[in-house]
Design a protein around this ligand. Structure first.
Ligand code: FAD
Length: 150
């Protein structure tokens, strides 16, 4: 097996063709990683969530990293690591265009909202459950792939 670097174009192609990533954020020196669905467009990864630990942590420290990978034949794989910045898209004037963009990209998949909206504990009926759209601005990107033989 040999390892190769992916070009910037190959990295963005993998992001554009992928949906599942592992989002890492950090607060007070403690990392935290969760799987999330995303949609890539124009140097941003768009995603949806309910309030919780990752949103709280990314609000406190917007520096994040996202790992995306795809298996190939046998032991072959491709992966991309994005270093980027969390940007919340609140339901307010000034963010409507980007929020609509997030919605239209994510809703290309059926039940796109479900993993982000469901929690083990159902919030009280009286509680206001905020729907959060956010995006990660891609600052740095790197990619690698393994190929068998040669
Ligand atoms: C395939 C897949 C796709 C997903 N897509 C999305 C998505 O698009 N958007 C989204 O918001 N969420 C998605 N999730 C769920 C996500 O991984 C988190 O579980 C969820 O968002 C809650 O994260 P939180 O930080 O708000 O945790 P909180 O509800 O605030 O809970 C925090 C506590 O629960 C633990 N915890 C949280 N999630 C997990 C977990 N998955 N496994 C084990 N322990 C956990 C943490 O360690 C922490 O101690 C997806 C999960 C999977 C498996």
């Amino acid at each position: 097996m040999r390892i190769f670097s992916l070009s910037a174009l190959e990295c963005t192609k993998l992001l554009a063709e992928s949906r599942l990533g592992h989002l890492a954020c950090a607060k007070d020196g403690q990392p935290y990683v969760v799987p999330i669905y995303f949609a890539y467009s124009d140097s941003h990864l768009y995603a949806f969530s309910m309030p919780g630990k990752k949103i709280e942590w990314m609000r406190a420290n917007p520096r994040v990293s996202v790992f995306v990978h795809r298996r190939g034949r046998g032991r072959e794989w491709k992966s991309v690591i994005v270093d980027g910045r969390y940007e919340e898209l609140p339901d307010r004037i000034g963010h409507k265009r980007d929020r609509d963009r997030a919605w239209s990209l994510l809703s290309r998949h059926a039940d796109w909202w479900e993993p982000g909206a469901l929690k083990p504990v159902t919030p009280p009926l009286s509680g206001h459950s905020e729907h959060i759209f956010f995006r990660i601005l891609v600052d740095e990107i790197s990619g690698r792939q393994s190929k068998e033989g040669m």
